[in-house]
Design a protein around this ligand. Structure first.
Ligand SMILES: Cc1cc2nc3c(=O)[nH]c(=O)nc-3n(C[C@H](O)[C@H](O)[C@H](O)COP(=O)(O)O)c2cc1C
Length: 102
C-alpha cells in the first residue's frame, strides 16, 4: 500500500518517529556495546520520552520538534522531569540508566 505521506517533501519528525527510534537505539546499543555513544533523537518532548531513549541506550538526547511546539525552555523542563523520574526509579546517576532496557 502506498503511503501518501512518503511523497511529501522534507523529513518526518516528532511523535511518529518516537517508537521506531527507540527500537533502533536499542538495536544499536546492543551491537555497539558502548564503544560509540548514541545520541537519541525522534519525538522527545518530555522527561519521560527522554528517559525512554536513555533506557534503550542513548547517552545524549537531541530534539527539534518538541522545541518548535514548546519553546527553548523545553530543555529545562525535560531536565527537571528527568531528575524526578530517575530518583523515583532509584537511580543515583543518569549514567546508571543508560541501556537498562537491553
Ligand atoms: C525544520 C527541521 C530542520 C531540521 N534541520 C536539520 C539539520 O539541518 N541537520 C540535521 O542533522 N537534522 C535536522 N533536522 C532533524 C532533527 O534534528 C531531528 O533529527 C528530527 O527532527 C527528529 O527529532 P524530533 O522528533 O525531535 O524533531 C531538522 C528537523 C526539522 C523538523
Amino acid at each position: 500500500m502506498i503511503n501518501i505521506n512518503k511523497l511529501e517533501k522534507g523529513g518526518l519528525s516528532g511523535k511518529p518517529l518516537e517508537n521506531k527510534s527507540n527500537i533502533t537505539i536499542n538495536k544499536f546499543y546492543k551491537n555497539l556495546k558502548n564503544k560509540i555513544k548514541i545520541i537519541g533523537v525522534g519525538g522527545v518532548d518530555s522527561g519521560k520520552s527522554a528517559y525512554e531513549k536513555i533506557l534503550n541506550g542513548a547517552s545524549l538526547i537531541q530534539l527539534y520538534t518538541g522545541m518548535v511546539y514548546q519553546g527553548p525552555n523545553i530543555s529545562n523542563k525535560i531536565n527537571e522531569e528527568l531528575i524526578v523520574i530517575l530518583k523515583k526509579e532509584g537511580f543515583e546517576n543518569i549514567s546508571e540508566a543508560i541501556g537498562v532496557k537491553n
